[in-house]
Design a protein around this ligand. Structure first.
Ligand SMILES: Cc1cc2nc3c(=O)[nH]c(=O)nc-3n(C[C@H](O)[C@H](O)[C@H](O)COP(=O)(O)OP(=O)(O)OC[C@H]3O[C@@H](n4cnc5c(N)ncnc54)[C@H](O)[C@@H]3O)c2cc1C
Ligand SMILES: *[C@@H]1O[C@H](CO)[C@@H](O)[C@H](O)[C@H]1NC(C)=O
Ligand SMILES: *[C@@H]1O[C@H](CO)[C@@H](O)[C@H](O)[C@H]1NC(C)=O
Ligand SMILES: *[C@@H]1O[C@H](CO)[C@@H](O)[C@H](O)[C@H]1NC(C)=O
Ligand SMILES: *[C@@H]1O[C@H](CO)[C@@H](O)[C@H](O)[C@H]1NC(C)=O
Ligand SMILES: *[C@@H]1O[C@H](CO)[C@@H](O)[C@H](O)[C@H]1NC(C)=O
Ligand SMILES: *[C@@H]1O[C@H](CO)[C@@H](O)[C@H](O)[C@H]1NC(C)=O
Ligand SMILES: *[C@@H]1O[C@H](CO)[C@@H](O)[C@H](O)[C@H]1NC(C)=O
Ligand SMILES: *[C@@H]1O[C@H](CO)[C@@H](O)[C@H](O)[C@H]1NC(C)=O
Length: 539
């Protein structure tokens, strides 16, 4: 597979400077779009200056940048949208679709802006960002144990609102609480409740979406094919997701968490080797993530790999300790390592917040200063990696210094769900999911290039230890290196099949069928979208 030759928009974005020339006549597509948009937005609550941002507006950059998590894409050389629509009402979503379609302008849909490759807010064809952050309500119904959440709601707001109602309820999804529901749920959504309850999409029972014709559909009116596709196939190929209905899960009023660290020179390699054998087979109530990272120790600042074993148990410390002693004594977990707290408090623990951090922190709006430079990728592991090979992985990590990994155990509920049940195919047969995460401070193009190159070398180095044919990739950990179509061109299906088979395996064919049915003219397209079967291009 010619992966390295596939177009990589990550690096090309750094060098391409696109100048978008709009004519000075009122006939320019963007002016026509804006006129059309104002006409089609419902008058009752429409204040143009609160919804439409063009590069002429002083707050344009602030609105664009505050939801760009990956700082690489804040560069002035990154192509900017012609306009940003910050929808406050469903009519703004409908008008954006209608007017973008009639003026042949592409849209990018953004909720939390955490996309690893920035595909919710960049492109090198002219485009408009439809920003969903205002549409962020979270509506809990304890009688039904369900919750409707709008796409712009963050995971933090969802956790806070559920936790405040009743400690016994939770929802399985990710750890970073500024992630948006729109992208997170349409890409799968996993977290530390995965072994007990599966992914977010395994617990989503309804959704509302605006389709290419501006119709608002729910599960019943969209039909089971489209409802299947948006739960793991990515939303932006099919329409604009307005909201999701979550089925809450029940947890113990207190959960137990721990974070035990071992350095590689203190036997961490033996413990992590054993972890591979036991973590996917442990009791479903127990989830232990391992996180190897390079640290400097002693006077000389010698670099070693330190492994954190970060765990969560849906039960008491008293029940956990004998369980660990029986199934994973190598870790040597002690009572003093463990803390008991309500599930909602544990979401702050998982995001490294000190104990005692107020729960309201979960409601924090994103800040521009929180953006980070990073390149991240993913892999699935099906066979244990030998101790010798683990040692060689440590050596490679120490060479790079800034890359760390997270290994997330599979098993439990993840084994029970068929690969075809949702578009997310990575189910039984996996021991764990790896995330590679390289992050650095300096912003010069040279430093970015060096770090991205290191990430790619590391990914290549891992080839013998991970899944192959295809080498599977997690959609929510989007990777531009596995192929991308230039959106100005007719979709090249052979490129789509490269990323399609990695993200979706056999489900890619069904995703293409759904796409062809619901959006035959391929309006909802982007660099890694699902193509239509006839690969029409009427843009
Ligand atoms: C620090 C960090 C931690 C993370 N932790 C986890 C984790 O624990 N578990 C996990 O599963 N993932 C995790 N992720 C990945 C995250 O789930 C994905 O990046 C997700 O796509 C982000 O959603 P978003 O709405 O914030 O992103 P955006 O960048 O806004 O969108 C991502 C994609 O979804 C599309 N999209 C967004 N909103 C809509 C909508 N309303 N309708 C249709 N399409 C839409 C966008 O067009 C884009 O293609 C993490 C990411 C980061 C940066
Ligand atoms: C943004 O710019 C448009 C067009 O130049 C103008 O009509 C509008 O009033 C501006 N809005 C704000 C908030 O400055
Ligand atoms: C931005 O301002 C320029 C000049 O002030 C004007 O020609 C152009 O139409 C404006 N663009 C938009 C999108 O309003
Ligand atoms: C919370 O929900 C649990 C489980 O349904 C129930 O037993 C408990 O009484 C509820 N607690 C409160 C305070 O409502
Ligand atoms: C762990 O198990 C062993 C026997 O398997 C037992 O001797 C020991 O007391 C147990 N330790 C704890 C802390 O439970
Ligand atoms: C959980 O958070 C609440 C609210 O901040 C706090 O009062 C409580 O002490 C926390 N509990 C634990 C065990 O951390
Ligand atoms: C890329 O990284 C690898 C491994 O660190 C290194 O051998 C190679 O020289 C680097 N290439 C460039 C162009 O920096
Ligand atoms: C689009 O496709 C044409 C024909 O295949 C090709 O010449 C052109 O370079 C492509 N454009 C981009 C931007 O990839
Ligand atoms: C489609 O992409 C493949 C793989 O990059 C390439 O070999 C082929 O020429 C492309 N086809 C067209 C029609 O551009």
């Amino acid at each position: 597979m010619k992966m390295m030759e596939a177009p990589s928009f990550l690096l090309t974005m750094l060098t391409i400077v696109v100048s978008i020339t709009t004519t000075t006549t009122s006939q320019s597509p963007i002016q026509n779009f804006l006129n059309c948009f104002s006409h089609n937005s419902q008058a009752s609550n429409f204040v143009a200056s609160e919804v439409i941002y063009t590069p002429n507006n002083t707050s344009f950059s602030a609105i664009l940048n505050v939801r760009i998590l990956n700082k690489i894409f804040k560069a002035t050389t990154t192509p900017k949208p012609l306009a940003i629509i910050t929808a406050k009402d469903v009519s703004h979503v409908q008008a954006t679709i209608k007017c973008a379609k009639s003026n042949n302008i592409q849209i990018r849909i953004r909720s939390g802006g955490h996309d690893y490759e920035g595909l919710s807010y960049l492109s090198d064809v002219p485009f408009i960002v439809l920003d969903m952050f205002h549409l962020n309500s979270v509506d809990v119904n304890l009688q039904e144990s369900t919750t409707w959440v709008e796409s712009g709601a963050t995971l933090g707001k969802i956790y806070y609102t559920i936790g405040n109602k009743n400690n016994s309820f939770a929802f399985p999804s990710g750890v970073c609480f500024t992630v948006g529901a729109g992208g997170h749920f349409s890409g799968g959504g996993y977290g530390n409740l995965m072994r007990k309850f599966g992914l977010s999409i395994d617990n989503i029972i309804d959704a509302k979406i605006v389709d290419v014709n501006g119709n608002i559909l729910d599960r019943k009116s969209m039909g089971e094919d489209l409802f299947w596709a948006i739960r793991g196939g990515g939303g932006a190929s099919f329409g604009v997701i307005l909201s999701w209905k979550l089925k809450l899960v029940q947890v113990t009023p207190h959960v137990t968490v721990f974070n035990v660290k071992r350095n590689a020179d203190e036997g961490a390699t033996d413990v992590i080797y054993k972890w591979q054998l036991v973590a996917p087979k442990l009791h479903k109530d127990l989830f232990i993530r391992v996180k190897p990272i390079v640290v400097k120790i002693g006077q000389g600042g010698k670099k070693v790999v330190q492994v954190s074993f970060i765990g969560q148990f849906l039960g008491t410390i008293e029940r956990l300790l004998p369980l660990m002693n029986e199934s994973f004594p190598e870790l040597g977990l002690k009572k003093s390592d463990c803390m008991s707290m309500p599930w909602v408090n544990s979401t702050l623990f998982w995001w490294n917040k000190p104990i005692g951090t107020p729960l309201e922190t979960l409601l924090d709006e994103p800040k521009e200063s929180e953006a980070i430079n990073f390149k991240a990728q993913s892999d699935y592991v099906k066979k244990p990696i030998s101790k010798k090979n683990i040692e060689s992985i440590w050596k490679m990590m120490i060479d790079g210094e800034t890359l760390h990994m997270e290994w997330n155990p599979y098993g439990g509920r993840m084994e029970e769900i068929l690969s075809s049940e949702t578009p997310f195919p990575h189910r039984a047969g996996n021991l764990f999911l790896i995330e590679y995460y390289n992050t650095w401070i300096e912003e010069s193009p040279e430093v970015i290039k060096r770090n991205v190159n290191f990430s790619r070398s590391f990914y290549k180095f891992m080839t013998p230890y991970v899944s192959n044919s295809p080498r599977e990739t997690f959609l929510n950990y989007r990777d531009g290196d596995i192929g991308a179509n230039h959106p100005s061109n007719v979709t090249n299906i052979s490129i789509s099949r490269i990323y399609g088979s990695k993200y979706f395996k056999g489900n890619f064919e069904r995703l293409m069928s759904v796409k062809t049915k619901v959006d035959p003219d391929n309006f909802f397209r982007y660099e890694q979208s699902i193509p239509t079967r006839s690969s029409k291009s009427h843009m």
